[in-house]
Ligand binder design. Structure first.
Ligand SMILES: NC(=O)c1ccc[n+]([C@@H]2O[C@H](COP(=O)([O-])OP(=O)(O)OC[C@H]3O[C@@H](n4cnc5c(N)ncnc54)[C@H](OP(=O)(O)O)[C@@H]3O)[C@@H](O)[C@H]2O)c1
Length: 299
């Protein structure tokens, strides 16, 4: 039985590395490489099948702009039309941004995964389906800098999407994070990932038949790093990736797949709606746990 895995933002960076690992390490998978530009997706597929021509039969490009309801719904209809139901073993919500307005970051990093899960969730195998939310250590940075009330919100295991959506609307209306008691961590990026972790808990409760979890890839040398530089440091992405690797010890995209692959394929996943560090060990939502230190064992 083929396990079909959808990876958003699968054309480059960590998403492409997850696609590569699925193909190389899990021979029973078919990867739906989702990306907002079909041509960039085809370029990524061309590079993959240059390396391994036999992967061609195990790859499909699906155009999805996760910031758009229409694009996501149309893509889900296309997939269902071609594969039937259940069409999917897993969804990896990897597409993400770290630059733009607060509303744009929240739209792609929080509303995007929700959109994708709403549209593609019904296509998941109810017996063994999984959802992996690609979060970030910046999430706990946001929680630890937030007011006690907001920290309680981000870590509330009973949080609902309605409550998350209420906070999104409040921040979209007034993007001054401090006014809401929200700690800035890499600007609004940390907030977006703290809300993504909260949403993972909500979705896990809503769909207990699935395995829904979030993870950090760690610090990985990809193009997104350039987003964290001030505008007056206009370095090309390749230079940023090089410096991040040499000076800050950033990992390769492949090294950044460890936790996502664990959440995708491990038979020993305990619990649901949890957050994992880049070493594939459980981590708390409100403080940073260094990879290699004891796993979080709290509620
Ligand atoms: N790199 C790190 O250190 C790090 C650390 C923690 C978490 N993360 C998370 O890891 C994930 C992948 O990031 P990355 O480091 O691989 O960054 P990246 O190289 O910049 O890749 C981002 C990917 O997201 C896609 N994307 C952005 N907006 C999209 C949209 N509206 N619709 C569909 N696709 C969209 C991009 O597509 P285009 O090619 O079309 O732009 C690209 O494929 C993100 O969620 C990021 O927050 C990264």
């Amino acid at each position: 039985m083929v396990r079909r895995v959808l990876v958003t933002g699968g054309n480059r960076g960590i998403g492409l590395a997850i696609v590569h690992r699925c193909l190389s390490d899990h021979g029973d998978t078919h990867v739906v490489l989702a990306c907002r530009s079909a041509s960039r997706g085809e370029d990524a597929v061309a590079a993959l099948i240059t390396e391994r021509p036999d992967w061609k039969a195990r790859l499909t490009v699906l155009e999805i702009d996760t910031s758009s309801d229409g694009s996501v719904r149309a893509a889900a209809a296309t997939l269902e039309g071609s594969c039937g139901n259940p069409a999917l073993y897993a969804i990896v919500n990897n597409a993400g941004i770290a630059s733009g307005t607060v509303a744009e970051i929240l739209n792609v990093n929080v509303r995007g995964p929700k959109r994708v899960d709403d549209a593609f969730g019904p296509l998941l195998d109810p017996l063994e389906g999984r959802v992996v939310q690609i979060s970030s250590g910046a999430a706990s940075g946001c929680v630890s800098r937030s007011s006690p009330d907001m920290a309680a919100f981000f870590t509330n295991a009973s949080v609902s999407w309605r409550e998350i959506s209420g906070l999104l609307e409040a921040v979209e209306a007034n993007p001054d994070l401090e006014a809401h008691g929200i700690g800035a961590a890499m600007g609004a990026y940390g907030l977006s990932k703290a809300l993504l972790n909260a949403y993972a808990m909500a979705l896990a409760r809503e769909r207990p038949e699935l395995k829904v979890n979030a993870c950090s890839p760690g610090m990985v040398a990809t193009d997104i790093m350039g987003s964290f530089l001030p505008w007056w440091v206009p370095l090309p992405n390749a230079a940023v990736r090089f410096l991040a690797t040499k000076l800050a010890g950033a990992k390769t995209p492949d090294e950044g797949t460890v936790s996502a692959l664990h959440l995708l394929f491990s038979e020993e996943l305990e619990g649901n709606g949890r957050y994992y560090g880049s070493d594939a060990k459980r981590s708390p939502l409100d403080r940073y746990r260094s990879p290699g230190s004891p796993p979080y064992a709290g509620p």
